[in-house]
Design a protein around this ligand. Structure first.
Ligand SMILES: *Cc1c(COP(=O)(O)O)cnc(C)c1O
Length: 240
């Protein structure tokens, strides 16, 4: 399938899911999950988003891939926003701050503090938009703060001047049981609602980054504002 068709199909699925949930299409952003893809593939997909009047948001799992593809992408004037959606290692913080506009994967106080220290040292006055990643499905293999500790981490991040908490991120339960997948998304939505209702800087934490190729409809039904799509845009991945 060519990118024109695959982007159109995903866009249509998002529209249909919004309609089914009684939501406005403009509430949901299609973020390209670009791991393993070349600059050329990313640019070709981004062009299709632009053609459909959609913003270009790129989600990277690996800082190195963002470093490798960013120069070519920044040359094309998409106004692309680059997010980090993979686990952020301590030794990659500086590089991540060079290439990313937003980090979706703040999952511990340690990561938050490291970001703050690097921002203070290398980018005085810069505020980094970020999401807190929550392991809503409690799967051992997954990154993310546990649901029990998520509120605490949220309050700590809200107190950090250099970080601007804009929302929350999760990967849906790896399950064939739709109710299980939905309840993992519901946990994230409840955390978001509570944070926004707490007022102050919490009012800015409105985004819910959840839903991938397999479960975007369920995520949109549960309130997703960003869905991260790789396979159903680019095809299956070849890991080398
Ligand atoms: C790979 C990935 C996605 C996209 O998954 P697909 O199933 O390929 O759509 C979304 N989010 C994260 C964090 C990923 O690693």
């Amino acid at each position: 399938m060519d990118l024109e068709t695959s982007v159109a199909r995903v866009d249509e699925r998002i529209s249909a899911a919004c309609e089914a949930a009684g939501r406005n299409r403009s509430e949901v952003t299609l973020e390209l999950a670009v791991k393993t893809r070349s600059s050329q593939e990313i640019i070709a997909a981004a062009k299709q988003l632009v053609k459909r009047g959609l913003p270009v948001v790129l989600g990277h799992n690996h800082v190195q891939e963002a470093q490798a593809t960013n120069p070519a992408i920044r040359q094309v004037d998409f106004g692309a926003t680059v997010h980090m959606i993979g686990h952020l290692q301590g030794n990659k913080i500086s590089a991540a701050l060079e290439v990313c506009d937003l980090v979706e994967t703040v999952d511990s106080i340690k990561t938050a503090q490291r970001l703050v220290r690097r921002l203070e040292a290398n980018y005085p006055g810069r505020t980094l938009p970020c999401f807190i990643e929550v392991n809503c499905s409690r799967e051992a293999a997954k990154a993310g703060v546990s649901p029990e500790k998520a509120e605490d981490l949220t309050q700590q991040v809200l107190a950090m001047e250099q970080l601007r908490l804009c929302g929350f991120m999760t990967i849906g339960a790896l399950s064939l049981d739709e109710s299980q997948i939905r309840s993992s998304f519901e946990i994230l939505r409840n955390l978001r609602d509570k944070t926004v209702a707490s007022g102050g800087r919490g009012q800015d934490a409105t985004e819910l980054s959840m839903g991938m190729s397999q479960d975007l409809e369920l995520a949109i039904a549960e309130g997703a504002t960003i869905v991260r799509i790789g396979t159903d845009i680019f095809g299956s991945r070849n890991y080398h």
